[in-house]
Structure formats: structure tokens, C-alpha cells
Design a protein around this ligand. Structure first.
Ligand SMILES: [Zn+2]
Ligand SMILES: [Zn+2]
Length: 268
């Protein structure tokens, strides 16, 4: 199996958008020979090139909610997913599927939407089948104004979920109980709470109630409190240690900009 994650940005929130202290390009997820790009925030197209990935290979675009650190580079990513835009008669080539929170469509030009084969308006609880992958929207509680979703991929050999931005809620553990791997947006360390986001101490009891236990947890989308020039230190290593010591999950991985992770390593 060659399935892989490529971290194009381990940062989230406005300070990382501004400083790029941690990048904000989202995640490339390659599965079944398909290249998808989840939440291409500011700099996504720069990071793809910096980390020597090929934007032309992307055919599935996913935007979990209408915050700028999740959707800003979508037009550039759609346009970069083909080498030639149109034939000599200006007939534009159609390629790719966009799965998105509906509100995001207000911010994407018709010009770019018309380059796609398909646009799927998506929300928590929805299901969509894509070339053998069963894709499900998971619940998020985040912005009261912008409805979003997390996303879960059920494949033949494993399943993986991306929580997107959320806080914990009743049923959080059950939402991920059929997953082997969870990519968790963890904004803040320890017990430093942030409204509508997660900190480590809040989420630990919910992680331990995922049954059967996850094989791997990847933490990402760190805010400025977690690690930036404003923070007193980089809290990420201590959060990995804490999660290793207090959860029943075998592998805890911290996202770093440019990190490439083979899925097979996460299933051990
Ligand atoms: Zn975010
Ligand atoms: Zn958000």
C-alpha cells in the first residue's frame, strides 16, 4: 500500500496565517492511487512545491468549513490541478470533485467551480462514495456561523478520520470508534481552553473512550499558544508525551511542516 499523508501545514489560526511560523497549507491525503487535498489554507500551493509534491495529481478537493485557514488557496489548487486549462477554442477541461461546506461556495469563483466535474455540498452525517472509498461527514461544534464537518474515509484495509476544527461533544468518541487513525486539530496545550477548539486535557478522556482504541493519533493545526514566537516554548513535544502516557493509543505523531507519513506505519 502506498497511501500517505503529507503535512502542508501544521499551523492553524490567524497568527500562523500572518507569520507562517507554522505553515497553513492543509494536508494531502493519498489513498487508492488518488490524491486529495484537505483544507488548502494560505500558502498551500507554495508548500506543495516546497515539499516536492505534484499539484497536477490532485483530483479530490475537500473544504471542511468556511474559515480562511481552510479554504483560501482553493482556487489556486483547482487551477493547478491541470497542466492545460482549455483547448484552442476555450473549452475548459473539467477535472476533479470538490466536497465542501455549502457556505464556502460563496467565496469561490464560478470560473473555478466550472473547472470541476462535480461539486458535492456536504455536512455532518452525509455519505459519499468515491472510487471505492466510503466518505462520511463527522460532527463538529466550532463556529456558530459556519457549519462544517470532519471527514472519515473507510477503505478496504483501514479507516482514517480528520476531525477538522471542533470542540468535544457527547458522541465524539463514538464518531471515531470505527477508525484506525485520527488526525486531530489540537489548537492548544494542556488545560488552556479555547472556545470552539480543543486543548489536550479536554480531549484525553474522549480519546480513551474510542472503542476499539485508535492505532494512531496525529495531532496538528496547532495555534500560536502551542508554538509560535508568542508562546513561551514549543509545547508540542510535551503534549505528545502526555498523550503517550495517558491514552491507550499506540502511536502518537505530531505533525510538522513537510512531514510525510506512510499509512502502513500508522497501522502497526
Ligand atoms: Zn482552523
Ligand atoms: Zn475554523
Amino acid at each position: 500500500m502506498t497511501d500517505e499523508l503529507v503535512i502542508l501545514g501544521s499551523g492553524g489560526g490567524r497568527h500562523h496565517i500572518r507569520t507562517q511560523y507554522r505553515a497553513t497549507g492543509g494536508i494531502i491525503y493519498k489513498f487508492n492511487g488518488i490524491q486529495s487535498h484537505i483544507d488548502p489554507g494560505p500558502g498551500a500551493i507554495v508548500r506543495i512545491n516546497q515539499y516536492q509534491e505534484d499539484p497536477v495529481k490532485t483530483e479530490l478537493f475537500i473544504i471542511t468549513h468556511a474559515h480562511v485557514d481552510h479554504y483560501s488557496d482553493l482556487c489556486a489548487i483547482i487551477e493547478s490541478s491541470r497542466e492545460i486549462l482549455h483547448d484552442k477554442n476555450y473549452n475548459y477541461y473539467k477535472k476533479g470533485t470538490l466536497i465542501t461546506a455549502e457556505e464556502v461556495l460563496n467565496y469561490i469563483s464560478d470560473y473555478h467551480l466550472n473547472m470541476l466535474e462535480r461539486v458535492v455540498k456536504f455536512r455532518a452525517g452525509n455519505k459519499f462514495s468515491y472510487k471505492g472509498a466510503e466518505i462520511t461527514g463527522t460532527k463538529t461544534i466550532h463556529s456558530p456561523k459556519n457549519e462544517g464537518f470532519g471527514i472519515k474515509f473507510k477503505l478496504k484495509d483501514y479507516s482514517i478520520a480528520f476531525s477538522s476544527d471542533t470542540m468535544v461533544y457527547d458522541g465524539f468518541s463514538e464518531e471515531f470508534s470505527d477508525c484506525n487513525i485520527l488526525v486531530l486539530n489540537l489548537l492548544r496545550p494542556n488545560s488552556i481552553t479555547c472556545r470552539r477548539h480543543l486543548c489536550t486535557d479536554e480531549v484525553i478522556p474522549f480519546l480513551n473512550k474510542i472503542d476499539p482504541p485508535l492505532k494512531s493519533l496525529i495531532i496538528t493545526h496547532f495555534g500560536s499558544y502551542m508554538d509560535s514566537l508568542r508562546s513561551t516554548k514549543n509545547y508540542v513535544p510535551s503534549q505528545v508525551k502526555k498523550l503517550q502516557e495517558t491514552t491507550n493509543i499506540k502511536n502518537i505523531v505530531a505533525a510538522e511542516d513537510g512531514l510525510k507519513i506512510k499509512i502502513t506505519e500508522l497501522l502497526n
